[in-house]
Design a protein around this ligand. Structure first.
Ligand SMILES: [Zn+2]
Ligand SMILES: [Zn+2]
Length: 338
């Protein structure tokens, strides 16, 4: 089968690799759609495992089940989580699924014609797609689940004012979810096109990230934000986050600067104001279930976020477009289309 092997962002090669065949408890699935994630282009995060087949936002069809698999049959339409937690360790029991320390096989990458699904994932990491959820829509389950998790950890609820720093794909998903929860949403970006999109997808007010965001927020909202969600790795966004969060509020680091960057936090000021800083990484089974429900029920529309569909041989073009960031939102690789 053909697969796109990622060596780094400037070196992605279409290679011929053996098509796996499923052993006990495994299954072979055909990749119909696989989204390129913002995290796929973050070299400091991905390079330690390179060369690798990337792609973890998948919509797949079962082609062959190994011995002992009774849960699924040929033709079933699925989303598969990139990895599954054990649900038994102390982290899992407290709901910190992404911290699960029981190492299991992860899903091989989706920028390939087929994926061999490991046993643990067949058992606990696969989700049947309802008839009204397309393979392309399925590529949003994982990114939306991460957004669901972040807003869950931050206890975002109706009536709050949210400031979302960065209106890329994750910022836009945060906007959509916050609007669904009936929050007041203010969004920023340095790109005018993304600000327009933020507005059209539900932001009540948008501000150029290069302008005085605090002043605009105060002018529009009358006070600072209950929650500030950082979805960009720009250092300037962190300073804005510290300045725009209201007393008793929360700053959510959904995206962080690269390792080694020194971040200055005004802890003395935050101490008096009882401001919390929390991080959110990846997602867990309840987040995936909620994301799938939101997409199935059309509570969150995702089709309007898809800007490009590319064949497998153009995976490198997709990465370049995402790195450039000006024209694209969600780019989906279609391994069986040319
Ligand atoms: Zn992702
Ligand atoms: Zn665990």
């Amino acid at each position: 089968m053909k697969a796109s092997i990622w060596y780094n962002n400037n070196d992605i090669r279409l290679e011929e690799v053996p098509t796996p065949s499923p052993g006990q408890g495994e299954m072979l699935v055909k990749v119909i759609s696989c989204g390129i994630c913002g995290s796929d282009i973050v070299e400091w995060y991905r390079l330690p495992r390179a060369p690798l087949i990337q792609g973890h936002e998948v919509g797949v069809e079962v082609v062959e089940t190994g011995p002992g698999v009774s849960k699924y049959k040929k033709g079933d339409r699925l989303f598969i989580a990139p990895k599954v937690p054990c649900l038994k360790c102390s982290y899992c029991l407290k709901g910190h699924y992404p911290q699960c320390n029981v190492i299991k096989d992860r899903l091989p990458g989706g920028f390939a014609e087929y994926i061999l699904v490991p046993k643990d994932l067949v058992l606990n990491g696969t989700y049947l797609l309802p008839d009204n959820v397309s393979y392309d829509q399925a590529t949003f389950i994982e990114p939306l689940a991460c957004v669901v998790r972040a807003q869950r950890l931050a206890a975002i609820e109706e009536g709050q004012t949210l400031l979302i720093l960065g209106s890329g794909i994750s910022g836009l998903l945060h906007i959509k979810l916050a609007r669904h929860k009936k929050c007041k949403v203010i969004a920023t970006d340095i790109n005018q096109r993304k600000l327009e999109l933020a507005k059209s997808y539900g932001a009540d007010y948008v501000a150029d990230a290069a302008s005085d965001v605090t002043e605009q927020l105060l002018h529009y909202n009358g006070r600072k934000a209950d929650a500030v969600i950082v979805t960009t790795s720009a250092m300037s966004a962190l300073k804005q986050a510290w300045e725009t969060v209201d007393m008793g509020g929360v700053v959510v680091l959904f995206t962080v600067p690269e390792p080694g960057k020194d971040v200055v936090v005004p802890v003395n000021d935050f101490w008096r104001k009882e401001i919390r800083i929390l991080t959110s990484y990846y997602c867990g089974p309840p987040d995936i279930e909620e994301a799938l429900d939101l997409i199935t029920n059309r509570d969150i529309m995702v089709d309007d976020l898809i800007t490009h569909r590319l064949p497998l041989k153009d995976t490198d073009k997709g990465f370049k477009m995402l790195l450039d960031g000006s024209e694209s939102l969600k780019i989906i690789i279609k391994p069986h289309e040319s």
